[in-house]
Write a protein that binds this ligand. Sequence first.
Ligand code: CTP
Ligand code: MG
Length: 223
Amino acid sequence: MHAVGIVPAAGSGLRLGADQPKALVSLGGRPLVRWAVDALRSGGVADVIVAVPAGRRDAFEAVLPADVRLVEGGMTRTASVRAALAAAGSSADAVLVHDAARPLTPPDVVARVLAALAAGARAVVPVLPVVDTTVVVDADGVINHDVPRAPLRRVQTPQGFDRATLADAYARLDDTAELTDDAAVVRADGVLVTTVDGDERSVKVTVAHDLALAELQVSTVRR
Ligand code: CTP
Ligand code: MG
């Protein structure tokens, strides 16, 4: 099975509030995008395409291995993945899409996704249980009802797909659609998405606190 990795890294990182694109922000001396690419490679995905913000190709080239391919991303994550998928062509059998915003994903998670694809899954995502009591509130913030959390899962990346299945789903998706992950894209096309265990260390860096925790994680491992 030949798998290609796609790393959407073309976001600006508004919620993090850094003075550069989030994917270039440093964690333990390495930009987030480099961590994400290395995570895919350590897990067994050698061929990687990164979607970068328009006009920032040089900055990304400078921090990534020379054999990583770069494409210009779009205005939304959906558009960025679409651009990278087009660049992937049709030679790979499988695609793993992994957010640049998840730097510390252990290689085991990548390996579990690859194993599920090799076993025949058309779409697979790493997930974790929900541990907090979870409720639905009304417009005033008053609790309306609680949600049984046993069947709930938090979805992570890398998300793995049969390449043709993902490409077909993107081809049929409305150009203006904005979905937050790729499992939603194939589900919109009627594809069943299976799950494997995610990992608590594979957190997404969204706000400054997430980056501070990731720094702590990196320094603890190094000590
Ligand atoms: N992404 C992308 N192209 C976009 C928007 C997002 O490739 N137009 C990527 C981001 O770079 C990130 C991933 O999608 O790796 C998940 O998005 P998110 O965490 O929301 O990152 P940002 O959109 O950059 O952050 P924010 O929403 O806070 O601006
Ligand atoms: Mg975003």
